[in-house]
Design a protein around this ligand. Structure first.
Ligand SMILES: NC(=O)C1=CN([C@@H]2O[C@H](COP(=O)(O)OP(=O)(O)OC[C@H]3O[C@@H](n4cnc5c(N)ncnc54)[C@H](O)[C@@H]3O)[C@@H](O)[C@H]2O)C=CC1
Ligand SMILES: O=C(O)[C@@H]1CCC=N1
Length: 265
C-alpha cells in the first residue's frame, strides 16, 4: 500500500493526537502530514517533528490525498462548505471524526465525495485507540486503506453507522470515564497511605492489567473477578460496598446521559 499524504483539518486535541500516532507508528513520514488550525501556536511540537503546519485549509487539501476532518460539530459544515471546491473525488479520501454529524449530512456538503466516519479516542496518540469505522459510498479500496491506517493506531472495528453515537460514548468519551475511575483510585490510595506517584502507578497499571486480561484472554470480567474475591475477604467487601453506593448504576447512568446528550443536541 503506497504512502499517501494526509491532511488533518482542525489541529485540536484529537487532530494533534492523530498526527502524533501517525508519526509514532511510522505509518506516515512527518513531511507527508499537514495539520491545519487558525492559531498554530499549540502545534509547535508537531512542527519540530517535521509535520507541515498550515493555516490555509485549501492548500492542505490540495496537497494531500487523505483528508481527516477533526473539527467541532458546530462548525464542520460551514468550514467544509467554504473549501468544497478544493475537493477532488478522483484524488481525495475524506474521513470525519466529528461527533454526531452523519455521513449523509457531510456528503451533502461536499457532493461527490464519499465520507468515511471514524470514531477514535485520544489514546490514538500512542497507538492505543479503539477506532470504530462506518461508511456508505466509499470504495472497497478506500475503506481498506483507512482500516489499515487506523489498525496502526490501535484496534479497529467496523460498525453500522446507527451505532456511531454509541461508539462515541463507549470508546471516545470512555477514555475520560476510565481516567476518572483511575483518579478515584488514586484518591483512595492516598487515603490509605500511598504517595500520589506510587498510587498513580499502581492504579493505572492495575487497570491496564485488567484490560489486558479481557483483551488477550477473551474472558468475561466476572470470570476474572471470581478469581479475586476470596470468601469473606476484603475484595468482596469492597465491591459490595461500591455496589451499595451505586457504582455500576452510576456508570450506566453516565453512559446513557452522555448518549442522550449527543442524540438530543
Ligand atoms: N477530543 C476527543 O477525545 C474526541 C473528539 N472527537 C471529535 O473530534 C472533533 C474535534 O474534537 P477536539 O479535537 O476535542 O476539539 P478541539 O476544539 O480541540 O479541536 C478542533 C480544532 O479545530 C480548529 N479549527 C476551528 N476552525 C478551523 C478552521 N476553519 N480550520 C482549521 N482548524 C479549525 C480549532 O482551532 C481547534 O483546534 C469533534 O467533532 C469531537 O466531537 C471524537 C472523538 C474523541
Ligand atoms: O465530549 C465530546 O463532545 C467529544 C466527543 C467524544 C469525546 N469528546
Amino acid at each position: 500500500m503506497s504512502a499517501k499524504k494526509i491532511a488533518i483539518i482542525g489541529g485540536g486535541n484529537l487532530g494533534s493526537a492523530i498526527a502524533q500516532g501517525l508519526l509514532k507508528s511510522g505509518f506516515s513520514k512527518a513531511g507527508d502530514i499537514t495539520i491545519t488550525k487558525r492559531n498554530t501556536s499549540t502545534l509547535a511540537g508537531l512542527k519540530e517533528a517535521g509535520v507541515r503546519i498550515e493555516t490555509d485549509n485549501a492548500v492542505a487539501i490540495r496537497e494531500s490525498e487523505v483528508i481527516v476532518v477533526a473539527l467541532k460539530p458546530y462548525n464542520v459544515r460551514e468550514v467544509l462548505q467554504e473549501f468544497k471546491s478544493s475537493f477532488d473525488p478522483g484524488k481525495h479520501i475524506l474521513i470525519s471524526v466529528v461527533t454526531g454529524v452523519s455521513i449523509d449530512d457531510l456528503e451533502h456538503v461536499v457532493p461527490g465525495m464519499p465520507v468515511v466516519r471514524a470514531m477514535p479516542n485520544t489514546a490514538i496518540a500512542i497507538q492505543e485507540s479503539i477506532t470504530c469505522i462506518s461508511h456508505k459510498h466509499a470504495t472497497e479500496e478506500q475503506v481498506r486503506y483507512i482500516k489499515t491506517m487506523f489498525d496502526q493506531l490501535g484496534a479497529t472495528v467496523s460498525i453500522d453507522e446507527k451505532l456511531m453515537d454509541a461508539a462515541t460514548v463507549l470508546g471516545a468519551c470512555g477514555i475520560a470515564f476510565a481516567l476518572r475511575y483511575i483518579r478515584a483510585n488514586i484518591q483512595g490510595g492516598i487515603e490509605i497511605g500511598f504517595d500520589v506517584r506510587t498510587a498513580s502507578l499502581i492504579a493505572a497499571q492495575t487497570v491496564k492489567g485488567a484490560a489486558e486480561l479481557l483483551i488477550r484472554e477473551n474472558r468475561h470480567p466476572e470470570e476474572e473477578i471470581d478469581k479475586v474475591t476470596t470468601p469473606k475477604g476484603c475484595t468482596i467487601a469492597g465491591l459490595n460496598e461500591m455496589e451499595h453506593q451505586g457504582f455500576s448504576s452510576s456508570l450506566i447512568k453516565g453512559i446513557t446521559a452522555s448518549y442522550d446528550k449527543i442524540v438530543k443536541d
